[in-house]
Ligand binder design. Structure first.
Ligand code: ADP
Length: 568
Protein backbone atom coordinates (compact mmCIF):
# COMPACT_ATOMS: atom_id res chain seq x y z
CA UNK A 1 0.00 0.00 0.00
CA UNK A 2 2.74 2.36 1.05
CA UNK A 3 4.76 1.43 -2.00
CA UNK A 4 1.77 2.06 -4.28
CA UNK A 5 1.30 5.52 -2.78
CA UNK A 6 5.02 6.25 -3.10
CA UNK A 7 5.02 5.07 -6.71
CA UNK A 8 1.99 7.25 -7.51
CA UNK A 9 3.64 10.27 -5.89
CA UNK A 10 6.83 9.59 -7.86
CA UNK A 11 4.84 9.40 -11.09
CA UNK A 12 3.13 12.73 -10.37
CA UNK A 13 6.46 14.32 -9.45
CA UNK A 14 8.16 12.98 -12.56
CA UNK A 15 5.26 14.21 -14.68
CA UNK A 16 5.56 17.71 -13.25
CA UNK A 17 9.34 17.81 -13.56
CA UNK A 18 9.33 16.29 -17.06
CA UNK A 19 6.66 18.77 -18.26
CA UNK A 20 8.79 21.73 -17.32
CA UNK A 21 12.05 20.16 -18.48
CA UNK A 22 10.75 18.89 -21.79
CA UNK A 23 9.14 22.25 -22.51
CA UNK A 24 12.46 24.05 -22.15
CA UNK A 25 14.49 21.32 -23.79
CA UNK A 26 12.30 21.17 -26.89
CA UNK A 27 12.53 24.97 -27.31
CA UNK A 28 16.31 24.90 -26.83
CA UNK A 29 16.81 21.98 -29.19
CA UNK A 30 14.69 23.49 -31.95
CA UNK A 31 16.41 26.85 -31.52
CA UNK A 32 19.79 25.08 -31.71
CA UNK A 33 18.75 23.20 -34.79
CA UNK A 34 17.48 26.40 -36.39
CA UNK A 35 20.82 28.06 -35.64
CA UNK A 36 22.67 25.23 -37.35
CA UNK A 37 20.19 25.27 -40.25
CA UNK A 38 20.61 29.04 -40.54
CA UNK A 39 24.38 28.58 -40.67
CA UNK A 40 24.10 26.14 -43.55
CA UNK A 41 21.45 28.17 -45.35
CA UNK A 42 23.44 31.41 -45.03
CA UNK A 43 26.51 29.60 -46.35
CA UNK A 44 24.47 28.27 -49.26
CA UNK A 45 22.96 31.69 -49.97
CA UNK A 46 26.38 33.42 -49.84
CA UNK A 47 27.91 30.83 -52.15
CA UNK A 48 24.93 30.51 -54.51
CA UNK A 49 24.66 33.84 -56.42
CA UNK A 50 20.90 33.22 -56.65
CA UNK A 51 18.46 35.23 -58.71
CA UNK A 52 15.50 36.39 -56.59
CA UNK A 53 13.32 33.64 -58.12
CA UNK A 54 15.98 31.00 -57.62
CA UNK A 55 16.52 32.21 -54.09
CA UNK A 56 12.79 32.06 -53.44
CA UNK A 57 12.60 28.55 -54.80
CA UNK A 58 15.64 27.55 -52.76
CA UNK A 59 14.17 28.98 -49.58
CA UNK A 60 10.73 27.41 -50.14
CA UNK A 61 12.35 24.03 -50.66
CA UNK A 62 14.44 24.48 -47.57
CA UNK A 63 11.33 25.58 -45.60
CA UNK A 64 9.52 22.49 -46.72
CA UNK A 65 12.54 20.26 -45.89
CA UNK A 66 13.07 21.84 -42.49
CA UNK A 67 9.31 22.00 -41.79
CA UNK A 68 9.45 25.70 -40.89
CA UNK A 69 8.76 29.15 -42.23
CA UNK A 70 11.70 31.06 -43.69
CA UNK A 71 11.85 34.83 -43.99
CA UNK A 72 14.63 36.90 -45.59
CA UNK A 73 14.75 40.49 -44.41
CA UNK A 74 16.82 43.25 -46.00
CA UNK A 75 19.15 45.31 -43.75
CA UNK A 76 16.53 48.07 -43.75
CA UNK A 77 13.84 45.75 -42.39
CA UNK A 78 11.96 45.18 -45.65
CA UNK A 79 10.89 41.58 -46.15
CA UNK A 80 12.60 40.16 -49.23
CA UNK A 81 11.21 36.69 -49.12
CA UNK A 82 8.65 34.78 -47.05
CA UNK A 83 8.03 31.10 -47.60
CA UNK A 84 4.56 31.05 -46.05
CA UNK A 85 3.23 33.73 -48.46
CA UNK A 86 2.92 33.88 -52.18
CA UNK A 87 5.81 35.87 -53.72
CA UNK A 88 3.24 38.43 -54.85
CA UNK A 89 2.16 39.12 -51.31
CA UNK A 90 5.67 39.58 -49.91
CA UNK A 91 6.19 43.25 -50.92
CA UNK A 92 3.09 44.25 -48.96
CA UNK A 93 4.47 42.84 -45.73
CA UNK A 94 5.13 45.12 -42.79
CA UNK A 95 8.72 46.28 -42.19
CA UNK A 96 10.45 43.80 -39.86
CA UNK A 97 13.18 46.10 -38.58
CA UNK A 98 11.64 46.36 -35.11
CA UNK A 99 11.02 42.68 -34.60
CA UNK A 100 13.03 41.78 -31.48
CA UNK A 101 14.88 38.80 -33.04
CA UNK A 102 15.76 40.94 -36.07
CA UNK A 103 17.05 43.76 -33.98
CA UNK A 104 19.12 41.30 -31.92
CA UNK A 105 20.51 39.60 -35.06
CA UNK A 106 21.40 42.95 -36.64
CA UNK A 107 23.24 44.03 -33.54
CA UNK A 108 24.95 40.80 -32.35
CA UNK A 109 24.68 38.38 -35.33
CA UNK A 110 21.92 36.07 -34.03
CA UNK A 111 18.58 36.67 -32.37
CA UNK A 112 15.80 34.61 -30.89
CA UNK A 113 12.28 35.31 -29.68
CA UNK A 114 8.99 33.65 -28.85
CA UNK A 115 6.07 35.94 -29.53
CA UNK A 116 2.75 36.26 -31.31
CA UNK A 117 3.27 36.71 -35.01
CA UNK A 118 1.42 39.77 -36.33
CA UNK A 119 1.37 38.04 -39.70
CA UNK A 120 -0.11 34.73 -38.56
CA UNK A 121 -1.68 35.88 -35.26
CA UNK A 122 -0.32 32.93 -33.25
CA UNK A 123 2.67 32.36 -30.94
CA UNK A 124 5.85 31.48 -32.83
CA UNK A 125 9.50 30.68 -32.13
CA UNK A 126 11.85 32.80 -34.21
CA UNK A 127 15.59 32.35 -34.73
CA UNK A 128 17.40 34.89 -36.93
CA UNK A 129 20.90 35.26 -38.32
CA UNK A 130 22.60 38.20 -39.93
CA UNK A 131 24.07 37.35 -43.31
CA UNK A 132 27.34 38.73 -44.64
CA UNK A 133 25.50 41.34 -46.76
CA UNK A 134 23.67 42.69 -43.69
CA UNK A 135 20.35 41.09 -44.51
CA UNK A 136 18.80 38.74 -41.92
CA UNK A 137 17.59 35.23 -42.52
CA UNK A 138 14.95 34.04 -40.11
CA UNK A 139 13.46 30.64 -39.42
CA UNK A 140 10.16 30.37 -37.56
CA UNK A 141 7.99 27.59 -36.30
CA UNK A 142 4.61 27.87 -34.65
CA UNK A 143 4.39 27.19 -30.95
CA UNK A 144 1.67 24.67 -31.69
CA UNK A 145 4.19 22.71 -33.73
CA UNK A 146 6.68 23.05 -30.90
CA UNK A 147 4.08 21.65 -28.50
CA UNK A 148 3.40 18.80 -30.86
CA UNK A 149 7.06 17.81 -30.82
CA UNK A 150 7.09 18.38 -27.10
CA UNK A 151 4.09 16.10 -26.60
CA UNK A 152 5.89 13.36 -28.45
CA UNK A 153 8.81 13.60 -26.07
CA UNK A 154 6.55 14.04 -23.11
CA UNK A 155 4.57 10.86 -23.70
CA UNK A 156 7.73 8.89 -24.21
CA UNK A 157 9.09 10.30 -20.97
CA UNK A 158 5.85 9.72 -19.11
CA UNK A 159 5.70 6.15 -20.32
CA UNK A 160 9.30 5.72 -19.18
CA UNK A 161 8.49 7.29 -15.78
CA UNK A 162 5.44 5.08 -15.32
CA UNK A 163 7.45 2.05 -16.39
CA UNK A 164 10.29 2.86 -13.98
CA UNK A 165 7.92 3.60 -11.11
CA UNK A 166 6.01 0.37 -11.79
CA UNK A 167 9.28 -1.51 -11.78
CA UNK A 168 10.36 0.20 -8.56
CA UNK A 169 6.98 -0.54 -7.04
CA UNK A 170 7.26 -4.23 -7.92
CA UNK A 171 10.81 -4.44 -6.60
CA UNK A 172 9.83 -2.56 -3.40
CA UNK A 173 6.74 -4.67 -2.82
CA UNK A 174 8.62 -7.93 -3.28
CA UNK A 175 11.49 -6.73 -1.09
CA UNK A 176 9.02 -5.60 1.54
CA UNK A 177 7.24 -8.93 1.41
CA UNK A 178 10.50 -10.71 1.85
CA UNK A 179 11.29 -8.48 4.85
CA UNK A 180 7.83 -8.24 6.35
CA UNK A 181 6.90 -11.94 6.05
CA UNK A 182 9.46 -13.06 8.68
CA UNK A 183 8.42 -10.09 10.87
CA UNK A 184 4.77 -11.12 10.56
CA UNK A 185 5.76 -14.71 11.41
CA UNK A 186 7.74 -13.40 14.41
CA UNK A 187 4.75 -11.33 15.50
CA UNK A 188 2.44 -14.35 15.30
CA UNK A 189 4.88 -16.46 17.34
CA UNK A 190 5.36 -13.65 19.91
CA UNK A 191 1.57 -13.31 20.27
CA UNK A 192 1.29 -17.07 20.84
CA UNK A 193 4.01 -16.89 23.53
CA UNK A 194 2.26 -13.90 25.12
CA UNK A 195 -0.89 -16.02 25.27
CA UNK A 196 1.05 -18.62 27.28
CA UNK A 197 2.22 -21.02 24.53
CA UNK A 198 5.81 -21.33 25.75
CA UNK A 199 6.38 -24.44 23.66
CA UNK A 200 6.28 -22.30 20.50
CA UNK A 201 9.74 -21.46 19.13
CA UNK A 202 10.33 -18.02 17.67
CA UNK A 203 11.40 -18.17 13.98
CA UNK A 204 14.94 -17.12 13.17
CA UNK A 205 14.63 -17.07 9.37
CA UNK A 206 14.75 -13.85 7.31
CA UNK A 207 17.23 -11.01 6.99
CA UNK A 208 20.08 -10.45 9.39
CA UNK A 209 18.13 -7.94 11.47
CA UNK A 210 15.13 -10.24 11.66
CA UNK A 211 17.39 -13.11 12.69
CA UNK A 212 18.90 -11.00 15.46
CA UNK A 213 15.44 -9.91 16.59
CA UNK A 214 14.19 -13.51 16.51
CA UNK A 215 17.20 -14.69 18.54
CA UNK A 216 16.72 -11.94 21.12
CA UNK A 217 13.02 -12.75 21.42
CA UNK A 218 13.78 -16.46 21.79
CA UNK A 219 16.16 -15.66 24.68
CA UNK A 220 13.54 -13.39 26.20
CA UNK A 221 10.96 -16.18 25.89
CA UNK A 222 13.28 -18.67 27.62
CA UNK A 223 13.94 -16.25 30.49
CA UNK A 224 10.24 -15.46 30.75
CA UNK A 225 9.35 -19.14 30.71
CA UNK A 226 11.82 -19.84 33.50
CA UNK A 227 10.48 -16.94 35.56
CA UNK A 228 6.90 -18.11 35.00
CA UNK A 229 7.81 -21.67 36.00
CA UNK A 230 9.62 -20.48 39.11
CA UNK A 231 6.63 -18.32 40.08
CA UNK A 232 4.27 -21.20 39.36
CA UNK A 233 6.22 -23.70 41.45
CA UNK A 234 6.43 -21.18 44.32
CA UNK A 235 2.69 -20.55 44.01
CA UNK A 236 2.03 -24.30 44.09
CA UNK A 237 4.24 -24.73 47.16
CA UNK A 238 2.47 -21.88 48.97
CA UNK A 239 -0.93 -23.25 48.00
CA UNK A 240 0.08 -26.74 49.15
CA UNK A 241 1.41 -25.46 52.50
CA UNK A 242 -1.74 -23.35 52.91
CA UNK A 243 -3.93 -26.36 52.22
CA UNK A 244 -1.98 -28.94 54.23
CA UNK A 245 -1.58 -26.79 57.32
CA UNK A 246 -2.96 -28.69 60.33
CA UNK A 247 -4.52 -25.42 61.56
CA UNK A 248 -7.45 -23.57 60.05
CA UNK A 249 -6.24 -20.58 58.07
CA UNK A 250 -8.44 -17.77 56.84
CA UNK A 251 -7.68 -14.51 55.05
CA UNK A 252 -10.23 -11.67 55.29
CA UNK A 253 -10.60 -8.26 53.66
CA UNK A 254 -11.18 -4.93 55.40
CA UNK A 255 -14.94 -5.58 55.39
CA UNK A 256 -14.29 -8.85 57.24
CA UNK A 257 -15.27 -10.97 54.26
CA UNK A 258 -13.46 -14.26 53.76
CA UNK A 259 -11.11 -14.06 50.75
CA UNK A 260 -9.58 -17.47 51.12
CA UNK A 261 -9.61 -20.31 53.64
CA UNK A 262 -7.91 -23.70 53.75
CA UNK A 263 -9.48 -27.12 54.03
CA UNK A 264 -8.86 -27.40 57.76
CA UNK A 265 -10.75 -24.13 58.32
CA UNK A 266 -13.73 -25.46 56.38
CA UNK A 267 -13.57 -28.70 58.34
CA UNK A 268 -13.45 -26.89 61.70
CA UNK A 269 -16.26 -24.44 60.91
CA UNK A 270 -18.32 -26.98 58.97
CA UNK A 271 -18.62 -24.56 56.03
CA UNK A 272 -17.30 -26.12 52.82
CA UNK A 273 -16.85 -22.91 50.78
CA UNK A 274 -16.53 -19.92 53.09
CA UNK A 275 -14.98 -17.56 50.48
CA UNK A 276 -17.11 -14.44 49.97
CA UNK A 277 -19.03 -14.84 53.22
CA UNK A 278 -18.76 -12.61 56.26
CA UNK A 279 -16.51 -13.83 59.06
CA UNK A 280 -19.51 -13.39 61.45
CA UNK A 281 -21.49 -15.87 59.44
CA UNK A 282 -18.66 -18.37 59.29
CA UNK A 283 -17.40 -18.24 62.87
CA UNK A 284 -20.71 -17.43 64.60
CA UNK A 285 -19.07 -17.24 68.07
CA UNK A 286 -18.78 -13.57 69.04
CA UNK A 287 -15.47 -14.03 70.91
CA UNK A 288 -13.95 -15.51 67.75
CA UNK A 289 -14.96 -12.89 65.22
CA UNK A 290 -14.23 -10.12 67.72
CA UNK A 291 -10.55 -10.91 67.19
CA UNK A 292 -10.86 -10.07 63.47
CA UNK A 293 -12.76 -6.90 64.24
CA UNK A 294 -10.10 -5.78 66.72
CA UNK A 295 -7.19 -6.54 64.39
CA UNK A 296 -8.71 -4.90 61.31
CA UNK A 297 -9.82 -1.92 63.44
CA UNK A 298 -6.58 -1.31 65.35
CA UNK A 299 -4.03 -2.84 63.00
CA UNK A 300 -2.68 -4.93 65.89
CA UNK A 301 -2.66 -8.69 66.29
CA UNK A 302 -5.06 -10.37 68.71
CA UNK A 303 -5.18 -13.81 70.23
CA UNK A 304 -7.43 -15.72 72.63
CA UNK A 305 -8.67 -19.12 73.69
CA UNK A 306 -12.41 -19.63 73.29
CA UNK A 307 -14.56 -22.41 74.72
CA UNK A 308 -17.37 -23.19 72.31
CA UNK A 309 -20.90 -24.20 73.23
CA UNK A 310 -20.15 -27.84 72.24
CA UNK A 311 -17.24 -28.06 74.72
CA UNK A 312 -14.60 -27.72 72.01
CA UNK A 313 -11.82 -25.26 72.79
CA UNK A 314 -10.27 -23.18 69.99
CA UNK A 315 -7.26 -20.96 70.04
CA UNK A 316 -7.53 -18.08 67.61
CA UNK A 317 -4.72 -15.76 66.54
CA UNK A 318 -5.27 -12.94 64.06
CA UNK A 319 -2.48 -10.87 62.50
CA UNK A 320 -2.86 -7.72 60.38
CA UNK A 321 -1.55 -7.74 56.82
CA UNK A 322 0.30 -4.77 55.29
CA UNK A 323 -1.89 -2.15 53.66
CA UNK A 324 -2.20 -1.93 49.90
CA UNK A 325 -3.68 -5.37 49.45
CA UNK A 326 -7.20 -6.67 49.30
CA UNK A 327 -6.38 -8.94 52.24
CA UNK A 328 -6.53 -7.10 55.57
CA UNK A 329 -5.87 -9.84 58.12
CA UNK A 330 -4.99 -13.51 58.43
CA UNK A 331 -6.39 -15.71 61.16
CA UNK A 332 -5.17 -19.07 62.46
CA UNK A 333 -7.63 -21.35 64.19
CA UNK A 334 -6.36 -24.25 66.27
CA UNK A 335 -8.40 -26.87 68.04
CA UNK A 336 -6.82 -27.08 71.51
CA UNK A 337 -9.58 -29.16 73.09
CA UNK A 338 -7.26 -32.09 73.86
CA UNK A 339 -4.51 -29.82 75.06
CA UNK A 340 -6.96 -28.02 77.33
CA UNK A 341 -8.34 -31.31 78.58
CA UNK A 342 -4.83 -32.54 79.39
CA UNK A 343 -4.11 -29.28 81.12
CA UNK A 344 -7.34 -29.58 83.14
CA UNK A 345 -6.40 -33.16 84.02
CA UNK A 346 -3.00 -32.01 85.13
CA UNK A 347 -4.58 -29.37 87.37
CA UNK A 348 -7.04 -31.90 88.85
CA UNK A 349 -4.23 -34.39 89.33
CA UNK A 350 -2.08 -31.90 91.26
CA UNK A 351 -5.10 -30.94 93.37
CA UNK A 352 -5.92 -34.64 93.99
CA UNK A 353 -2.37 -35.56 94.94
CA UNK A 354 -2.16 -32.58 97.29
CA UNK A 355 -5.46 -33.57 98.83
CA UNK A 356 -4.51 -37.23 99.21
CA UNK A 357 -1.22 -36.29 100.88
CA UNK A 358 -2.72 -33.64 103.09
CA UNK A 359 -5.07 -36.10 104.87
CA UNK A 360 -2.38 -38.49 106.24
CA UNK A 361 -0.03 -35.60 106.95
CA UNK A 362 -2.74 -33.84 108.96
CA UNK A 363 -3.40 -37.07 110.90
CA UNK A 364 0.31 -37.56 111.54
CA UNK A 365 0.75 -33.95 112.66
CA UNK A 366 -2.24 -34.15 115.01
CA UNK A 367 -1.08 -37.50 116.41
CA UNK A 368 2.45 -36.19 116.92
CA UNK A 369 1.14 -33.13 118.76
CA UNK A 370 -1.04 -35.22 121.10
CA UNK A 371 1.82 -37.67 121.57
CA UNK A 372 4.05 -34.89 122.80
CA UNK A 373 1.71 -34.30 125.70
CA UNK A 374 0.67 -37.92 126.41
CA UNK A 375 2.26 -40.27 128.92
CA UNK A 376 5.04 -42.16 127.11
CA UNK A 377 3.91 -45.61 128.20
CA UNK A 378 0.17 -45.04 128.10
CA UNK A 379 -2.13 -47.02 125.83
CA UNK A 380 -2.99 -43.71 124.12
CA UNK A 381 0.67 -43.29 123.10
CA UNK A 382 0.77 -46.75 121.61
CA UNK A 383 -2.40 -46.04 119.64
CA UNK A 384 -1.05 -42.73 118.39
CA UNK A 385 2.19 -44.33 117.30
CA UNK A 386 0.30 -47.03 115.42
CA UNK A 387 -1.82 -44.33 113.74
CA UNK A 388 1.34 -42.48 112.69
CA UNK A 389 2.74 -45.74 111.26
CA UNK A 390 -0.49 -46.50 109.37
CA UNK A 391 -0.72 -43.03 107.92
CA UNK A 392 2.92 -43.00 106.88
CA UNK A 393 2.41 -46.43 105.28
CA UNK A 394 -0.54 -45.00 103.40
CA UNK A 395 1.58 -42.09 102.23
CA UNK A 396 4.35 -44.42 101.10
CA UNK A 397 1.83 -46.57 99.22
CA UNK A 398 0.36 -43.48 97.62
CA UNK A 399 3.78 -42.26 96.53
CA UNK A 400 4.75 -45.73 95.27
CA UNK A 401 1.51 -45.93 93.28
CA UNK A 402 2.02 -42.44 91.90
CA UNK A 403 5.52 -43.24 90.77
CA UNK A 404 4.39 -46.54 89.27
CA UNK A 405 1.58 -44.88 87.44
CA UNK A 406 3.83 -42.09 86.16
CA UNK A 407 6.31 -44.68 84.92
CA UNK A 408 3.67 -46.88 83.27
CA UNK A 409 1.88 -43.90 81.71
CA UNK A 410 5.10 -42.56 80.25
CA UNK A 411 5.44 -45.87 78.40
CA UNK A 412 9.03 -46.11 79.58
CA UNK A 413 8.46 -49.44 81.36
CA UNK A 414 10.64 -52.17 79.97
CA UNK A 415 8.40 -55.25 79.74
CA UNK A 416 10.01 -58.63 79.98
CA UNK A 417 7.59 -60.77 78.01
CA UNK A 418 7.28 -64.42 78.85
CA UNK A 419 4.65 -67.11 78.93
CA UNK A 420 2.95 -66.98 82.29
CA UNK A 421 0.65 -69.71 83.66
CA UNK A 422 -2.14 -67.49 84.95
CA UNK A 423 -3.35 -69.76 87.72
CA UNK A 424 0.11 -70.09 89.27
CA UNK A 425 0.65 -66.37 89.13
CA UNK A 426 -2.74 -65.65 90.75
CA UNK A 427 -2.06 -68.25 93.46
CA UNK A 428 1.18 -66.46 94.35
CA UNK A 429 -0.60 -63.12 94.64
CA UNK A 430 -3.36 -64.68 96.73
CA UNK A 431 -0.76 -66.14 99.05
CA UNK A 432 0.74 -62.70 99.58
CA UNK A 433 -2.69 -61.30 100.45
CA UNK A 434 -3.79 -64.30 102.48
CA UNK A 435 -3.04 -62.72 105.86
CA UNK A 436 -5.10 -59.59 105.13
CA UNK A 437 -7.96 -61.71 103.79
CA UNK A 438 -7.99 -63.90 106.81
CA UNK A 439 -8.03 -60.81 108.99
CA UNK A 440 -11.23 -59.72 107.22
CA UNK A 441 -12.69 -63.24 107.28
CA UNK A 442 -12.55 -63.40 103.48
CA UNK A 443 -12.09 -66.74 101.83
CA UNK A 444 -9.88 -66.60 98.69
CA UNK A 445 -10.60 -69.32 96.10
CA UNK A 446 -8.85 -69.93 92.80
CA UNK A 447 -10.45 -72.10 90.12
CA UNK A 448 -9.92 -72.85 86.45
CA UNK A 449 -7.53 -74.56 84.08
CA UNK A 450 -3.93 -74.53 85.31
CA UNK A 451 -2.71 -74.81 81.71
CA UNK A 452 -3.99 -71.38 80.63
CA UNK A 453 -1.06 -69.05 79.90
CA UNK A 454 -0.72 -65.44 78.78
CA UNK A 455 2.27 -63.58 77.33
CA UNK A 456 3.39 -60.74 79.51
CA UNK A 457 5.64 -59.23 82.13
CA UNK A 458 5.47 -61.31 85.32
CA UNK A 459 6.03 -58.43 87.74
CA UNK A 460 3.52 -56.07 86.07
CA UNK A 461 0.83 -58.73 85.67
CA UNK A 462 1.37 -59.62 89.34
CA UNK A 463 0.85 -55.96 90.22
CA UNK A 464 -2.38 -55.89 88.16
CA UNK A 465 -3.76 -59.03 89.86
CA UNK A 466 -2.74 -57.77 93.29
CA UNK A 467 -4.64 -54.50 92.84
CA UNK A 468 -7.80 -56.35 91.75
CA UNK A 469 -7.59 -58.93 94.56
CA UNK A 470 -6.77 -56.25 97.10
CA UNK A 471 -9.91 -54.31 96.14
CA UNK A 472 -12.05 -57.46 96.20
CA UNK A 473 -10.84 -58.33 99.70
CA UNK A 474 -11.16 -54.71 100.79
CA UNK A 475 -14.73 -54.32 99.57
CA UNK A 476 -15.98 -57.84 100.50
CA UNK A 477 -18.23 -58.16 103.49
CA UNK A 478 -16.74 -60.16 106.29
CA UNK A 479 -17.00 -63.92 105.76
CA UNK A 480 -17.84 -63.66 102.06
CA UNK A 481 -15.70 -65.47 99.49
CA UNK A 482 -13.60 -63.90 96.74
CA UNK A 483 -13.44 -66.19 93.70
CA UNK A 484 -10.69 -65.99 91.10
CA UNK A 485 -11.42 -67.84 87.85
CA UNK A 486 -8.95 -68.60 85.11
CA UNK A 487 -10.39 -69.29 81.63
CA UNK A 488 -9.87 -69.27 77.93
CA UNK A 489 -12.68 -67.98 75.74
CA UNK A 490 -12.58 -67.97 71.92
CA UNK A 491 -8.86 -68.56 72.14
CA UNK A 492 -8.33 -65.61 74.47
CA UNK A 493 -6.85 -66.36 77.88
CA UNK A 494 -8.06 -64.37 80.88
CA UNK A 495 -9.20 -64.36 84.49
CA UNK A 496 -11.87 -62.76 86.63
CA UNK A 497 -12.05 -61.64 90.25
CA UNK A 498 -15.50 -61.88 91.86
CA UNK A 499 -16.58 -60.52 95.18
CA UNK A 500 -19.86 -60.05 96.99
CA UNK A 501 -19.16 -56.47 97.92
CA UNK A 502 -21.28 -53.37 97.24
CA UNK A 503 -20.87 -53.57 93.46
CA UNK A 504 -20.29 -50.62 91.17
CA UNK A 505 -23.11 -48.54 89.68
CA UNK A 506 -23.20 -48.69 85.84
CA UNK A 507 -22.59 -44.95 85.49
CA UNK A 508 -19.34 -45.22 87.45
CA UNK A 509 -17.85 -48.20 85.65
CA UNK A 510 -15.64 -46.16 83.31
CA UNK A 511 -14.75 -43.56 85.88
CA UNK A 512 -13.27 -45.97 88.45
CA UNK A 513 -10.33 -46.52 86.08
CA UNK A 514 -9.47 -42.81 86.25
CA UNK A 515 -6.83 -41.62 88.67
CA UNK A 516 -8.08 -40.82 92.19
CA UNK A 517 -11.66 -41.66 91.32
CA UNK A 518 -13.54 -43.32 94.12
CA UNK A 519 -17.19 -44.31 93.88
CA UNK A 520 -18.00 -43.22 97.36
CA UNK A 521 -15.34 -41.52 99.39
CA UNK A 522 -17.03 -42.55 102.63
CA UNK A 523 -16.31 -46.21 101.72
CA UNK A 524 -12.64 -45.38 101.49
CA UNK A 525 -12.67 -43.90 104.95
CA UNK A 526 -13.24 -47.44 106.23
CA UNK A 527 -10.91 -48.99 103.65
CA UNK A 528 -8.42 -46.31 102.73
CA UNK A 529 -6.91 -46.49 99.27
CA UNK A 530 -5.03 -44.16 96.92
CA UNK A 531 -7.65 -44.21 94.14
CA UNK A 532 -4.79 -45.13 91.77
CA UNK A 533 -5.07 -48.92 91.87
CA UNK A 534 -7.48 -49.37 88.97
CA UNK A 535 -5.73 -46.66 86.90
CA UNK A 536 -2.56 -48.77 87.22
CA UNK A 537 -4.58 -51.91 86.30
CA UNK A 538 -5.92 -50.24 83.16
CA UNK A 539 -2.48 -49.05 82.02
CA UNK A 540 -0.78 -52.40 82.62
CA UNK A 541 -3.58 -54.14 80.70
CA UNK A 542 -3.13 -51.69 77.81
CA UNK A 543 0.62 -52.34 77.72
CA UNK A 544 -0.23 -56.02 77.23
CA UNK A 545 -2.96 -55.41 74.67
CA UNK A 546 -5.45 -56.76 77.21
CA UNK A 547 -8.85 -55.35 78.22
CA UNK A 548 -10.37 -54.89 81.69
CA UNK A 549 -14.06 -54.50 82.40
CA UNK A 550 -16.37 -54.78 85.32
CA UNK A 551 -19.80 -56.37 85.79
CA UNK A 552 -22.23 -56.99 88.62
CA UNK A 553 -25.26 -55.42 90.21
CA UNK A 554 -25.12 -52.85 92.95
CA UNK A 555 -25.40 -54.69 96.28
CA UNK A 556 -24.60 -58.03 94.71
CA UNK A 557 -20.85 -57.78 94.23
CA UNK A 558 -18.54 -57.05 91.35
CA UNK A 559 -16.70 -59.11 88.77
CA UNK A 560 -13.55 -57.66 87.19
CA UNK A 561 -12.57 -59.46 83.97
CA UNK A 562 -9.13 -59.27 82.39
CA UNK A 563 -8.95 -60.63 78.84
CA UNK A 564 -5.60 -61.11 77.00
CA UNK A 565 -5.19 -61.23 73.26
CA UNK A 566 -5.22 -64.72 71.70
CA UNK A 567 -1.68 -66.08 71.46
CA UNK A 568 -0.38 -65.58 67.93
P1 ADP B 1 -8.87 -47.33 95.79
O1 ADP B 1 -7.52 -47.18 96.31
O2 ADP B 1 -9.83 -46.34 96.25
O3 ADP B 1 -9.35 -48.77 95.91
P2 ADP B 1 -8.96 -48.01 93.05
O4 ADP B 1 -8.51 -47.30 91.87
O5 ADP B 1 -8.39 -49.37 93.26
O6 ADP B 1 -8.73 -47.07 94.26
O7 ADP B 1 -10.52 -48.10 92.99
C1 ADP B 1 -11.25 -46.98 92.65
C2 ADP B 1 -12.63 -47.08 93.20
O8 ADP B 1 -13.37 -48.10 92.56
C3 ADP B 1 -12.68 -47.46 94.64
O9 ADP B 1 -12.50 -46.33 95.46
C4 ADP B 1 -14.07 -48.01 94.77
O10 ADP B 1 -14.97 -47.00 94.91
C5 ADP B 1 -14.27 -48.72 93.47
N1 ADP B 1 -13.95 -50.15 93.52
C6 ADP B 1 -12.82 -50.76 93.15
N2 ADP B 1 -12.88 -52.09 93.30
C7 ADP B 1 -14.12 -52.36 93.82
C8 ADP B 1 -14.80 -53.54 94.22
N3 ADP B 1 -14.24 -54.73 94.11
N4 ADP B 1 -16.04 -53.41 94.70
C9 ADP B 1 -16.63 -52.19 94.80
N5 ADP B 1 -16.04 -51.03 94.45
C10 ADP B 1 -14.80 -51.11 93.97
Amino acid sequence: MLFAALAAAAVVFLFLVSDATVHRTVEDRIADRFRRDLEHLSADLAAGGFSPEARDAFLRRAASDLDCRITLIAPNGKVLDETDLLPADVPSMENHRDRPEIREAVSIGTGQAIRVSPTEQKPMLYVARRLSDGSVLRLAVSEARLREVERGYLWALRAAAIGVCLLLFLIGASASRRFSEPIAELTRAASAVAAGDFARDLPTAGGEEVQLLGGAMQRMKTALNQAVQRAESERRLTAMVFERLPDGLVVVDAKLRVIEANGRFSEMTGIPAPAGRGVYEVLRERLLYDCFETTVGTGEGSERIVKLADERVWQIAVAPLPEGHRAAAVGVLRDVTRLERTEAMRRTFVADVSHELRTPIASIAAAAETLAEAQPDSSESAELLSLIRRQSDRMRELIDDLMDLAQIESGAVPLVREEIPLRDMLAEVAEDLEAGARERGVDLRITGDAGVTAIGDRRRLGQLARNLLDNAIKFSPSGAPVVVRVWRQSGRPGFSVEDLGPGIPKAERDKIFQRFYQVDRSRSKVRPGSGLGLAIVKHIAQLHGATVDVEGEVGQGSTFRVSFPAAA
